[in-house]
Design a protein around this ligand. Structure first.
Ligand code: DC
Length: 229
């Protein structure tokens, strides 16, 4: 394990609010942020760029190992460059998300991304957002959260997010996609989406974003990892 600083792991299904919550908690604490889903999305995008088939595990692992990615945080806005090109929005499409979910089910790809993820752990601390942060990547993390929300609620949140981006999508098709991705993430044989034995489960269905951030800050303070003010 190469943990050099405290890690807060935030795992859970897509749409549970992990991205927003992780970013806000990291900002509040002044800690680094690892968006591990972005690494799987970037691997899928790089594979597409280089014409690597989504079932060629060895070639995909090489793509993951060689990922040329830069995470920028300029004036509060996070940007991602893949091979020097803007990838911030491209990796968020449903198409890339779907390819990422396939790529993420391949053990050699997950192995290839392990060290890169652990390298994010630097002082003063790290908020790690993903599916297997507490179960595989940072098993010694002093606080592990498993964030959930009902599938209906997650579909509604996704619809709102898409609407804000000017995209119309039906609730029933979003719900189906969410359920299919949940099933794939939970049923895969390697690093399936499950709460770590020592994770605190938090259902955000009826909580606001500030309520969730406050709750996590309280839990960190209880463990002596941060002040709750
Ligand atoms: O969180 P996200 O939607 O950006 O993740 C994209 C895909 O990558 C999703 O299908 C789950 C997968 N993933 C994973 O398997 N392990 C992680 N630590 C993060 C994401």
């Amino acid at each position: 394990m190469s943990e050099r600083a405290p890690v807060l792991t935030i795992d859970g299904p897509g749409g549970a609010g992990k991205g927003t919550i992780s970013r806000l908690v990291a900002e509040r604490l002044g800690w680094r942020l690892l968006d591990s889903g972005a690494l799987y999305r970037l691997t899928a995008l790089a594979a597409d760029k280089h014409d690597v088939a989504l079932d060629d595990e060895a070639a995909l692992a090489r793509v993951a190992e060689a990922l040329d990615v830069v995470f920028l945080a300029e004036s509060g806005e996070a940007r991602i460059l893949l091979e020097g090109e803007e990838a911030t929005r491209t990796i968020r499409t449903e198409q890339v998300g779907d390819a990422a979910s396939r790529v993420a089910s391949l053990p050699a790809v997950r192995e290839a991304l392990l060290r890169r993820q652990r390298d994010f752990c630097q002082a003063p601390g790290l908020v790690a957002d993903g599916r297997d942060m507490g179960t595989v990547v940072f098993v010694d993390a002093p606080l592990k959260i498993f964030l959930t929300a009902s599938a209906d609620e997650r579909a509604q949140r996704r619809q709102l997010q898409l609407r804000e981006a000017g995209v119309d999508a039906s609730l029933s098709s979003l719900l189906k996609e969410i359920q299919a991705r949940d099933a794939r993430d939970m049923q895969r044989s390697v690093a399936p989406l499950v709460p770590a034995d020592d994770a605190v489960e938090l259902d955000t269905t009826s909580l606001t974003i500030p309520e969730v951030v406050d709750r996590l800050t309280e839990l960190l303070a209880q463990r002596g990892l941060a002040s709750d003010t």
